[in-house]
Design a binder for this molecule. Sequence first.
Ligand SMILES: Cc1cc2nc3c(=O)[nH]c(=O)nc-3n(C[C@H](O)[C@H](O)[C@H](O)COP(=O)(O)O)c2cc1C
Length: 176
Amino acid sequence: MEKFKILALSGSLRKASYNSAAINAMKVLAPSNVEIVIGEIGCLPLFNPDRESENIPSLEKLRASLNESSGLILASPEYAHGISGPLKNALDWLVSGIEFPYKPIMLINTSPRATYAQEHLREVLGTMSGNIIESAYVSIPLLSSGLGCDGIIEDRGIAGALLAGLSQFCSEIEDQ
Ligand SMILES: Cc1cc2nc3c(=O)[nH]c(=O)nc-3n(C[C@H](O)[C@H](O)[C@H](O)COP(=O)(O)O)c2cc1C
């Protein structure tokens, strides 16, 4: 069985974040051949092209994790009809690197009403030559559900949707 290492990033810094809960649940639910590594973006400095040649440990760690991964999972909240600032900041840091282009990407949307952010994210990722795997897209109604990681794992419908998306994502990566 092929082994997969996949980097997952939540665009939210909120402690009780639905987006973070979704990727934490995915890590627990993932089959044994899929290792989900949860990346940190909250510790990155604000993007400044003047600093691109500097050694920034949090950025080096993110780049190394992305480089070692065969795919990237992104879950972003919508703020004022756009993606979150922390996620845009992380993506801006990754624009000039060699790790990002053509990387298969799975998107998770935890609020089906958040259509602007999804469109915005697709535009940004497309511009960065990301390879969005549309068949692996998962939209789950977590907003106002009160569910955290454990609740998601116990919810058969939501856990099933996450697992089905992950399984589709891995088979698309395998086929590429
Ligand atoms: C300042 C602010 C602006 C927001 N703007 C939008 C918005 O434009 N559209 C939307 O659907 N939700 C909006 N929301 C709701 C968030 O997307 C929602 O609370 C989401 O659950 C946050 O993600 P998290 O749970 O992962 O932290 C906004 C929330 C805040 C605090």
